[in-house]
Design a protein around this ligand. Structure first.
Ligand SMILES: *[C@@H]1O[C@H](CO)[C@@H](O)[C@H](O)[C@H]1NC(C)=O
Ligand SMILES: *[C@@H]1O[C@H](CO)[C@@H](O)[C@H](O)[C@H]1NC(C)=O
Ligand SMILES: *[C@@H]1O[C@H](CO)[C@@H](O)[C@H](O)[C@H]1NC(C)=O
Ligand SMILES: *[C@@H]1O[C@H](CO)[C@@H](O)[C@H](O)[C@H]1NC(C)=O
Length: 251
């Protein structure tokens, strides 16, 4: 039982409100904050859970994490070399379930979570449109794209506010900030310049040779978008599952 609403911001997400409390799947491990090895335990279990979420988990309100469907994504202009808004739709994000969790910690008193992870290969595939300038060169086109980020280190910071539902404490994340540092990126945009192959491959070479400068200029847009995506996923799980079913020994 439950109901769903569509909320649109940068992208459209369907948020479902379950009318009964869900449990974590029995294959997910649980850790006790009283355990000295809590952070180690959590790191392992979070990574395990992410790997398991390659399969959809209706009880947690999640479809598969890999690929993750992103109906709409907008990466704004930078303040440096990137004078173009990148509009994406019908994007599939591949690779999240390959993530390795490097560390986690939770400050239960202040309800703050930190995690660091690395994702070997993250690929955004979908449709793009853009018209503007990059590194002083005109660029325009619409078609399919394939953007790959390699060995992306991600720092996650989540602030929660506790609330009561059916007599049980849940966490609602009020914000989720992300910083992203890929080791390398490759861009592929099909049908640039109305299909002019020579102009298209020239500008792709420029983008790929200068990927770091290009990414750094619009990194903020990627970080905000990934933050919103992760925020939505985290709140789906924590709004359904009570804190004392996620962690052991909670009073
Ligand atoms: C996307 O690009 C990556 C890196 O260039 C490549 O490995 C992958 O095969 C491409 N995928 C598609 C569907 O074009
Ligand atoms: C994550 O935080 C650590 C410690 O503050 C810092 O050294 C590292 O550069 C950060 N990484 C990213 C991807 O922001
Ligand atoms: C959870 O936090 C969001 C802000 O991210 C807020 O809009 C929402 O009303 C909160 N929900 C609950 C149940 O507190
Ligand atoms: C996140 O939310 C917490 C409280 O819910 C607040 O103290 C903090 O300033 C917020 N941080 C950001 C970056 O919005």
């Amino acid at each position: 039982m439950g109901f769903c609403v569509k909320v649109g911001l940068l992208f459209v997400t369907v948020v479902c409100f379950s009318t009964h409390a869900a449990k974590l799947p029995s294959t997910f491990g649980r850790c006790s904050p009283k355990d000295e090895e809590f952070n180690e335990c959590l790191k392992k279990n979070v990574e395990d859970a992410i790997h398991q979420l390659k399969k959809e988990s209706p009880e947690l309100g999640l479809s598969t994490l890999d690929p993750l469907d992103i109906p709409k994504l907008v990466i704004g202009e930078g303040t440096g070399p990137v004078h173009v808004v990148q509009n994406f739709k019908n994007v599939k994000l591949y690779g999240l379930t390959g993530s390795i969790v490097l560390s986690t910690s939770i400050d239960f008193e202040n309800h703050i979570m930190h995690a660091r992870s690395i994702t070997p290969e993250l690929r955004l595939q979908g449709e793009y449109t853009m018209r503007g300038k990059v590194m002083l060169l005109p660029i325009y086109g619409d078609g399919l794209c394939n953007i790959t980020l390699y060995n992306t280190k991600i720092n996650h910071t989540l602030y929660a506010e506790p609330f009561q539902k059916k007599g049980k404490t849940h966490w609602n994340f009020s914000n989720y900030t992300v910083t992203l540092r890929p080791d390398k990126m490759t861009y592929k945009f099909d049908n640039l310049f109305s299909g002019d192959e020579r102009l298209g491959s020239n500008i792709l070479n420029v983008l790929n040779e200068n990927w770091n400068e290009v990414f750094t200029d619009v990194r903020d847009g990627y970080e905000k978008s990934f933050g919103l995506i992760f925020h939505g996923l985290a709140n789906r799980v924590f709004s359904r599952v009570a804190l004392n079913d996620i962690f052991l020994d909670m009073e």
